[in-house]
Design a protein. Structure first.
Ligand code: FEO
Length: 394
């Protein structure tokens, strides 16, 4: 296992997981995922979080090797989700005298998974732990991403160990810092990670950011993805934007179609929106694109247009899945336009209107429903919808 020097006596120990197809057995990982752990080899030694069980070879042996015969004094548990706590049991066995450091919520979860812990030091919000050169300060950040979640801030070198926050999907392919990657592609997967994993807890992200306000941060060391040293303020600004539900002046058109008729309408509407002067428009088939990408796009776009064919008197099940996810995540401050298509009795548009009532987004256009084949005459009834969508955005 390669240890990458961060600063001072802090080292990053990363594990790439390219085998797992789905994060949390749900979210596709085309580019894999990285689990980060950090070692502080000071007068006292501290390991900050571990990695998912079985992904880091013999993780505890590797840590022993890196310590070169020294004891591990502390294991700081910033987050107990198993992608970071999976190797705790092995660390406890390898270092029986280690003191586990966590807050009042950590111990219960820790024991639920790994049994009795001999040496546990409970720390409070704002409490310090001196290691020698480095002094660690613990900052509780409940529900970013679990109730016990906390961040650790090194007062000496201004390093923020941010656990799940500021992370991303994707492995670290020889690169470990933000100045070594192309941020344009990276931020797309970072937003998918934020919206899918952390987005539901945006209110708590805002509370965590408020705690960091005024704190000097030179390095951000998350548990997934690259470390930020060139421009940590940039990623803090991104999290602030996403957790306030701020969006781009962009239109997202999602459709569910069985025989292409709803798709023809979606493309027609998109074309008309572009004709009206908008150039930031994306169209997706909800049956083709995994919902995690649609959630991420919904986080990006201010205006959302949803269209569904009728299916068993309701909307298409794949559109229903997207709508259910939106209700679950509680995304706010979006504009919504609806359309449907049907052969006889309808139901797709009616069900979408039920979703609109529930989610409470601002309506941007009068809904329209296509009946039967979308010929040129029938398509013109969607011109007004496109006009209203653009007018609302402007
Ligand atoms: Fe990466 Fe909430 O665990």
């Amino acid at each position: 296992m390669k240890a990458n020097h961060v600063c001072g006596k802090i080292y990053h120990i990363g594990v790439n997981d390219r085998r797992k197809p789905l994060f949390e057995n749900m979210w596709p990982l085309p580019g894999g995922v990285a689990y980060n752990s950090y070692l502080v080899a000071d007068q006292k030694t501290a390991l900050l979080d571990t990695v998912e069980l079985g992904t880091g070879g013999s993780f505890a042996d590797e840590i022993k090797q890196l310590l070169g015969g020294r004891e591990l004094d502390y294991l700081v548990v910033n987050h107990m989700e198993l992608d970071h706590s999976g190797e705790i049991k092995n660390i406890l066995e390898a270092f029986p005298h280690v003191t586990v450091v966590g807050n009042k919520f950590t111990l219960k979860i820790l024991q639920n998974y790994w049994g009795t812990v001999q040496n546990f030091q409970e720390v409070k919000d704002g409490e310090d732990l001196p290691l020698g050169h480095h002094i660690l300060r613990f900052v509780t950040t409940p529900m970013v991403h679990w109730p016990e979640s906390m961040m650790t801030y090194d007062l000496t070198e201004n390093v923020l160990f941010a656990q799940d926050a500021f992370g991303a999907f994707g492995t670290l392919d020889g690169t470990v810092f933000d100045d070594q990657i192309d941020l344009r592609d990276y931020e797309t997967e970072m937003r998918r990670y934020y919206s899918n994993i952390v987005g539901k807890h945006s209110l708590h992200v805002q509370k965590a950011l408020a705690k960091l306000n005024g704190v000097s941060v030179s390095y951000i060391c998350p548990l997934h993805g690259v470390m930020w040293r060139k421009n940590p303020a940039h990623v803090i600004a991104l999290y602030d934007k996403w957790s306030r539900y701020e969006a781009e002046n962009a239109v997202l058109v999602l459709f569910a179609s069985m025989y292409h008729n709803t798709e023809v309408v979606a493309d027609y509407i998109a074309g008309k929106i572009v004709d009206e002067g908008m150039n930031n428009v994306r169209v997706y088939d909800v049956s083709k694109t995994h919902v995690s990408y649609l959630i991420s796009e919904a986080w990006r776009c201010k205006s959302i247009v949803l269209g569904s064919c009728a299916y068993n008197g309701g909307m298409h099940p794949m559109m229903e899945q997207f709508c259910r996810e939106m209700e679950h995540y509680g995304l706010k401050n979006r504009q919504l336009a609806l359309f449907g298509s049907c052969s006889w009795g309808g139901g797709g548009l009616r069900a979408l209107q039920g979703f609109a009532d529930c989610i409470g987004w601002e309506a941007s256009a009068t809904p329209v429903e296509l009946i039967g084949k979308p010929d040129n005459n029938k398509l013109q009834q969607f011109d007004q919808l496109a006009k209203e969508v653009v007018a609302k955005l402007n």
